[in-house]
Ligand binder design. Structure first.
Ligand SMILES: CC(=O)N[C@H]1[C@@H](OP(=O)(O)OP(=O)(O)OC[C@H]2O[C@@H](n3ccc(=O)[nH]c3=O)[C@H](O)[C@@H]2O)O[C@H](CO)[C@@H](O)[C@@H]1O[C@H](C)C(=O)N[C@@H](C)C(=O)N[C@H](CCC(=O)O)C(=O)O
Length: 510
């Protein structure tokens, strides 16, 4: 992807448009040009403008000399650095990442209609659904989120659900160059808090629902909610679609300064869920809006997707997509990897792989998996908790797990914590539960044991990692090992219960 060469004076001019205090240019002539804004010295290429970002673990200013050696043409800093490069000194480097990230990517957002998606659960599914709806409406649409970035038949990996602003604007440039005229952006609360979507304005932003999460970062649930509510300010979005089935969503709908379409089962919902049913073949929802009743179907499995489908419907309508195109789009969108992915069946246990990693999402995933049990079937849950993150959730996860028949406690990547201590915290929520509790610290062995113990009417639910394929038990990312829950489950199904009995099951196992 070729990024435009931007003159130093254009960079200075855009930087001055960011409120916050004096901008001082040290060195560099007006016709000096830079190409690409980079926040990581390890990704600098000749001609880059390197942004010295102060972080929690280190200060980007420490990497200025490294960036210079890698060919950076100039620096963005908030204090003097002893490096022989032109420097633009600003009050806050992080505050410049959006505006300058946009400028140095050629302001791609100006050529796109943008939809933002935030919420504690359902961001990835709803973003994927929206892309399908907008494409069915006839517009090439890009998407960026937890599963990386996609446009047309191309994809790119990302380290974060919502990348840092310079990378995000470069991905939007990549989408525009690939012919996209719409883009859907998953906006995580941490990204909203850290300014990663600065420089973007959304036609519609979607709030998929809320429960406490990421309190390690936000501190309190109020701050967590406020970071999401920030997306529904006029300077960020023109309109909102908000699921009002929980009090925090209702509060947002009541308080947001932009026009809000309310979605859910509530009486006052503008797009109301009138009924639904779900099973291994997919989900069907009956919706009511100001144009009447609409029946939509989707291959997604599980009650958790009912409001995701309703929110995608409401957003498509707001963006002018005809009702029949929305329905066609929803009917064709395949489940995103690791979101209620269904394996096995046809005479073998069903295995469901899901990303649920909060108590409420786990309770919903268990309810969904229970819907897939055959007569008299039991639900086996393979449960862990990621190390070094949101310890406060572990007892709640254990409490939600009480709804299963057999719970297999295991490792989910301890990230340097003591794996047994993590399992012990999960077990607190299970004290006195009717469910049988097994402890198998090795994740592969736990998945295989659960699949082995499951009968043909049973369901094995694997939660916490979904699509993830890297498992880390230390604090050094280089120690990560490959472990894909769906891969391990498929192997266990064949080893313990034989190959798929029918073609479609074989297809599903692929
Ligand atoms: C809490 C958080 O979001 N931290 C992010 C933050 O880290 P940090 O402030 O510690 O940065 P740092 O490591 O001190 O580095 C400071 C600066 O020096 C630079 N640097 C660093 C090393 C070097 O050799 N050269 C160099 O230039 C870095 O690129 C950075 O610009 O800035 C880093 C660089 O951009 C991010 O990688 C890092 O995300 C970490 C890895 C992370 O795990 N973030 C998670 C919590 C996150 O953001 N999750 C959300 C939500 C997901 C969900 O909803 O489930 C997401 O959007 O992914």
């Amino acid at each position: 992807m070729r990024l435009p060469a931007v003159t130093w004076s254009e960079v200075e001019h855009r930087a001055r448009s960011v409120a916050g205090g004096p901008v001082t240019r040290c060195g560099g002539t007006d016709d000096l040009t830079v190409a690409g804004l980079v926040t990581d010295s390890r990704r600098v290429v000749p001609g880059s403008l390197f942004a010295c970002v102060r972080g929690a673990a280190s200060d980007g200013h420490r990497w200025a000399a490294t960036a210079a050696r890698a060919g950076a043409a100039a620096l963005l800093a908030d204090r003097p650095v002893d490096v022989a490069l032109p420097v633009l000194c600003v009050p806050s480097v992080r505050a410049q990442l959006g505006p300058l990230g946009a400028l140095l990517a050629g302001d791609p957002a100006r050529a796109l209609r943008l939809t933002g998606v935030t919420g504690s659960n359902g961001k990835t599914t709803t973003s994927t659904l929206l892309r399908g709806v907008l494409e069915a409406g006839g517009t090439r649409t890009g998407v960026v989120g937890t599963l990386g970035a996609q446009v047309g038949g191309r994809s790119r990996g990302t380290d974060l659900t919502t990348p840092e602003a310079p990378e995000l604007h470069q991905l939007l440039r990549w989408m525009v160059d690939a012919g996209a005229r719409q883009a859907v952006v998953e906006a995580s609360s941490i990204a909203l808090d850290m300014g990663r979507i600065d420089g973007l304005h959304f036609d519609v932003s979607v709030f998929t629902g809320f429960e406490e999460d990421h309190l390690d970062h936000h501190g309190t649930i109020e701050h967590y909610w406020a970071s999401k509510a920030r997306l529904f300010e006029r300077d960020r979005s023109a309109a909102g679609v908000v699921v009002v089935d929980d009090p925090w969503g209702r509060r947002l709908a009541d308080q947001a300064p932009v026009p809000v379409t309310r979605v859910g089962s509530a009486e006052d919902a503008d797009v109301r869920v009138l009924g639904w049913r779900t099973g291994s073949a997919g989900t069907e929802v009956l919706l009511g809006d100001d144009t009447g009743g609409h029946r939509v179907s989707s291959p997604l499995v599980g009650r958790v997707h009912v409001t995701n489908l309703a929110a995608a419907w409401a957003t498509g309508r707001l963006l002018g997509v005809p009702a029949d195109a929305i329905a066609a789009g929803l009917a064709t969108v395949a489940p995103p990897r690791g979101r209620n992915t269904v394996l096995g069946g046809s005479g073998r246990p069903v295995v469901v792989v899901d990303y649920a990693h909060t108590p409420r999402a786990l309770a919903a995933a268990i309810a969904t998996a229970r819907d897939l049990c055959g007569p008299g079937g039991r639900l086996h849950l393979v449960l862990g908790a990621r190390g070094r993150r949101d310890r406060y959730k572990r007892q709640g996860l254990g409490e939600s797990a009480r709804a299963a028949d057999v719970v297999w406690l295991t490792n989910e990547g301890s990230h340097g914590e003591n794996p047994s201590a993590i399992i012990g915290e999960l077990r607190i929520g299970l004290l006195g539960a009717a469910a049988a509790v097994r402890t198998v610290p090795d994740r592969r062995a736990a998945i295989s044991s659960a699949v082995r113990a499951a009968g043909p009417a049973d369901v094995v639910l694997l939660v916490g990692r979904g699509h993830e394929t890297r498992l880390l038990d230390t604090t050094d990312p280089r120690d990560a090992v490959h472990l894909d829950d769906a891969e391990v489950a498929n192997t266990a199904l064949i080893v313990e219960h034989g190959p798929p009995a029918t073609a479609d099951a074989a297809e599903r196992a692929s």
